[in-house]
Write a protein that binds this ligand. Structure first.
Ligand code: GLV
Ligand code: MN
Ligand code: MN
Ligand code: MN
Length: 404
């Protein structure tokens, strides 16, 4: 196994969920592509002699050592393999691939861990298919109730329960998994940076401090279908007008309140070019460094949508997450030295690491420099040397945390 590099493993994944048109990836939860990603993970672990277990949400855990022999002591690294629509190659896979290679590097130098080391692959981090981000980690930590999750539907109306059955799984198995969580002493997620912080700091790797509060809301606007050529403007009830006003209001509310707000997904029914829209749905993503700013923007948007008869449903809300400060300091010092510790920086992107941290697990993140800051796009990138620096950093962190 030793000698392989990040680019080699990412190249193995390249054909899976490839969207020919954009050069990006569409790797959605509980699809055939997702199954292929899970099988790839299992094969990589098997090739390293690592036993793979699955928790009640289908997240996969590979073990070097027996995590049940000494519960609560395992040091686990990992991330996800699913993607957003037309996502890049690094968001998620970089963390899983780096964990596999970090284990290789530790073994090639004869490291013998005093604690079990685990590699995790979380399912459905992006929520691209069923709407709730970090579904795998939210489920096992009880932050997403199984009965709510099972009823979530994708764009074709297929529920998670149906998707699980099609994937050969039992929906009844879904639920909190305290036993899986109890194995973890420390969790570390390595991730490509999704902004320009590390470029500005001129550093290949950094350590996470916190994740901004963020949430997703669904807005449903009512209308009445009618003929586009025979219905006078005064007689129309056009659902899309409310949605259009919401999109503009989101931009204004974000500017006024000092946060971010994005409508990145919409659905219009019946969807005929010559029919007046009878229903329009918009999904809003709002985040910011201050929760009050996000809440104030949402209040503005609630008022604006209500005037158009819009009905708002909160799909998820994650308060600010602060990673274990002592752990972050320890990692920054380990990676950069006492005199020049690695940078410690926050992010507006959500991660499974944030969900585990909120569940009380000592958790850290390592970010790898992204030369353009672009993410959730096929243009997302990290230089090969920075990726290798990330693996070295993760190996150093695992060695440090698992040495006593
Ligand atoms: C997940 O990547 C998110 O922050 O949207
Ligand atoms: Mn992402
Ligand atoms: Mn990610
Ligand atoms: Mn994410």
């Amino acid at each position: 196994m030793s000698g392989r590099r990040v680019a080699d493993l990412l190249a193995d994944l390249e054909p899976v969920g490839r969207d020919g048109g954009t050069g990006g990836f569409r790797r959605y939860a509980w699809t055939r592509d997702d199954h292929e990603l899970g099988s790839w993970f299992e094969a990589e672990c098997a090739a390293r002699g690592l036993a793979v277990t699955e928790d009640r949400a289908g997240n996969q855990w590979a073990w070097w050592g027996d995590p049940d022999a000494t519960p609560g002591r395992a040091v686990v690294a990992g991330s996800h393999l699913d993607s957003v629509p037309d996502g890049g190659a690094f968001d998620g896979p970089l963390g899983v691939v780096s964990a596999l290679l970090a284990v290789d590097r530790l073994r090639s130098r004869g490291f013998v861990p005093a604690r079990p080391i685990g590699i995790a692959r979380f399912v459905d981090e992006e929520g691209a298919r069923f709407g709730v981000a970090c579904a795998g980690s939210r489920l096992i930590t009880g932050k997403l109730a199984a009965d709510r999750a099972l009823g979530l539907a994708d764009a074709d109306g297929i529920t998670l329960a149906e998707a699980l059955r099609s994937a050969g799984r039992r929906p009844d198995d879904l639920g909190p998994d305290p036993q899986a969580l109890a194995r973890i002493g420390t969790f570390v997620e390595l991730h490509v940076e999704q902004g320009k912080g590390l470029i500005d700091l001129d550093a290949p790797v950094g350590v996470g401090s916190d994740i901004w509060p963020h949430g997703r809301w669904r807005f449903d606007f009512p209308g009445v279908a009618d003929h586009a050529g025979t219905t006078a403007l005064a007689d129309r009830s056009d659902a899309l007008l409310g949605l259009a006003r919401l999109v503009l209001a989101a931009r204004t509310a974000a500017e006024r309140n000092g946060c971010l707000a994005t409508v990145g997904k919409t659905r219009v029914q019946p969807g005929g070019v010559n029919a007046i829209p009878s229903a329009a749905t918009a999904w809003l993503d709002a985040r910011g460094s201050a929760e009050e700013a996000v809440r104030a923007a949402l209040a503005d948007l609630t008022a604006s949508a209500a005037a158009d008869g819009g009905v708002i449903t909160e799909e998820s809300w994650t308060p600010v997450t602060r990673f274990d400060r002592d752990l972050a300091t320890r990692l920054a010092t380990l990676l950069g030295g006492v005199d020049q510790p690695a940078p410690v920086l926050g992010t507006g992107a959500g991660h499974d690491a944030g969900i585990l941290a909120r569940a009380g697990i000592p958790t850290a993140m390592i970010f790898v420099r992204n030369p353009t800051g672009v993410s959730h796009s096929p243009a997302e990138h990290a230089e090969p040397d920075d990726c290798e620096a990330g693996v070295d950093a993760l190996a150093a962190v695992l060695a440090d945390l698992a040495s006593d």
